[in-house]
Ligand binder design. Structure first.
Ligand code: SF4
Length: 509
């Protein structure tokens, strides 16, 4: 530096929220940091215990990594954590509306400076320019433009490698026949699991104490930690997935097996949503795997679609739609969640094998893959008319990768069709036939997916027709529903189905 050059501004202390823990939230590797644990967050609402464990463990591991560079505070509220810090604090725009409101207020008071968000592929301003003037914000258009913008899986002419943008057809296969685990057919190894350490033990003891003191209530089990809490763990999990599981990811990504919760999924969403991995680095890594010949095109495309397509799209829809989106209920759904559903407690109450299995998986792992969320849990709630905002809140609290920005569009828009078709052109409702085709659940069930009326009537099949009959007046003008609604008229036993489902009411199936 010469005498004439202005001195570089000193790098500020960076306040990192618990979902901003990766290196890309810092300007320089040795930046000073503020990390805050707020007990009030866990006291206000009933979270999955594995999620509380994950967040606290991730914060404490980050604090340990940073050593003297970190101020790590445990306070009742975030605001208290700023007391007595007499230096400039910057914070990347947080991911939820309440947190953004808070940092804006603190900025007005001169306590922090707010920087643009990080951790996503497309800046919000760029999405708004993309959305401007479009009648519909179609995922497919958005996804292709993100791929063009970042040169992901394109040939030298800017066309998609392989000549197609979409490999959904190859990627929506049922599970292989006569196997209990995908590994029986493909040999795919389990996902990479982390080893717990002293910080996990400390967190577990602390959560036990909170519960013993009736200070905080949780749902779900805090079994062995399955998800990465450090950058090193997250990178290891990513590499393991790319090397051992990515190639087989696509074909059975929608399949469900009772004895195999993970199939060939990456299970990286908790780490990505803690900010430990950047979605673009993941996208570039999986594209490289295809270029190097270790992962088939359809699997890589399907995975890209999830990470830089759908994930990025719901992030932008969350901000684009505004707070009133939370109250949307275009299908008139307002019922509260029943206890066995809300508390992840199907044992002894739920005979529907698919639903019981998925609720148990959420209780034990705080995670299921997207089809179990959409076509079992979401489909069930849609058919029964659960309140979309309450359901979204439940998904956010009960899943280790759940955040307001993820769940609100996914639940209110995609799964419950409560936004009247802004995100999805028709409701994701399905009967037992879909679940039977895509899983092995029905073989061990008290119900029969083909039966609509009587003791063995599958609650998803009967529920599907009862749902259609109930929402028919609201969907009649939707051309994509025309065929399904015509099907209603052909059901000779529709009245019996409706009476039966009315009588079943909110009882566990
Ligand atoms: Fe689920 Fe119906 Fe199949 Fe039972 S028969 S597992 S309730 S879809």
């Amino acid at each position: 530096m010469t005498d004439d050059e202005p001195a570089a501004a000193p790098v500020s202390r960076r306040w990192l929220f618990a979902d901003q823990l990766g290196p890309h939230f810092l300007d320089v590797p040795d930046q000073l940091v503020l990390l805050v644990e707020s007990r009030a967050v866990f006291r206000r609402r009933r979270f999955h215990r594995a999620k509380a464990h994950l967040i606290l463990s991730a914060l404490r591991h980050r604090a340990r990594e940073l050593g003297d560079a970190a101020i790590h505070r445990t306070t009742e509220t975030y605001r208290e954590a700023l007391d007595g810090i007499d230096e400039r604090i910057t914070v990347c725009d947080p991911t939820s509306r309440p947190a953004r409101d808070l940092v804006r207020r603190l900025e007005t008071e001169g306590l922090v400076d707010v920087l643009p968000e990080r951790g996503f592929v497309l800046p919000q301003s760029q999405f708004e320019r993309w959305a401007h003037g479009r009648r519909r914000l179609l995922l497919e258009d958005f996804y292709r433009d993100v791929r063009r913008l970042h040169d992901l899986l394109l040939d030298e002419n800017g066309e998609p490698v392989g000549g197609r943008w979409n490999y959904d057809q190859e990627n929506r296969q049922p599970p292989p026949r006569r196997v209990r685990r995908l590994a029986d057919a493909t040999g795919v190894p389990d996902p990479w699991w982390p080893d717990e350490d002293d910080l996990d033990a400390e967190v577990r003891d602390e959560l036990d104490r909170w519960q013993r003191d009736h200070d905080v209530e949780f749902v779900g089990e805090d079994g062995p930690r399955r998800y990465a809490v450090t950058r090193a763990e997250a990178v290891t999990a990513l590499e393991w997935f790319v090397e051992h599981r990515l190639d087989g990811f696509g074909p059975h990504e929608d399949a469900m097996l009772e004895q195999d919760r993970w199939l060939s999924h990456s299970v990286l969403s908790p780490a990505i949503n803690l900010g430990l991995l950047h979605p673009l680095e993941i996208a570039q890594r999986v594209v490289r795997a295809h270029t190097e010949g270790t992962a088939r095109l359809s699997s890589v495309e399907g995975f890209l679609r999830q990470v830089v397509g759908w994930r990025e799209y719901v992030w932008h829809v969350y901000w684009h739609t505004g707070e009133e989106y939370r109250q949307a209920s275009a299908l008139g759904a307002h019922d509260p969640l029943p206890r066995w559903f809300a508390e992840l407690d199907p044992d002894g109450e739920v005979g529907a094998n698919c639903l019981a299995h998925v609720l148990r998986a959420v209780r034990e792992d705080g995670w299921t893959h997207h089809i179990q969320r959409l076509m079992v849990l979401g489909n069930w709630a849609l058919q029964r008319g659960y309140d979309p905002a309450e359901l979204s809140d439940w998904f956010q609290r009960s899943f280790v990768d759940g955040y307001d920005w993820v769940m609100l569009p996914n639940v209110v828009g995609m799964s419950q069709h409560a936004d009247g078709g802004f995100m999805a052109t028709k409701p994701y409702a399905g009967g037992g036939a879909y679940i039977n085709r895509m899983s092995d659940y029905c073989g061990g069930c008290a119900y029969d997916p083909k039966v609509r009326v009587g003791e063995r009537a599958c609650p998803f099949t009967a529920g599907y027709w009862a749902f259609l009959a109930r929402v028919r007046p609201r969907l009649e003008g939707n051309p994509r529903m025309a065929q399904a609604l015509r099907g209603l008229d052909r059901l000779a036993d529709l009245d019996a189905v409706i009476d039966q489902e009315r009588a079943r009411g909110t009882a566990a199936p």
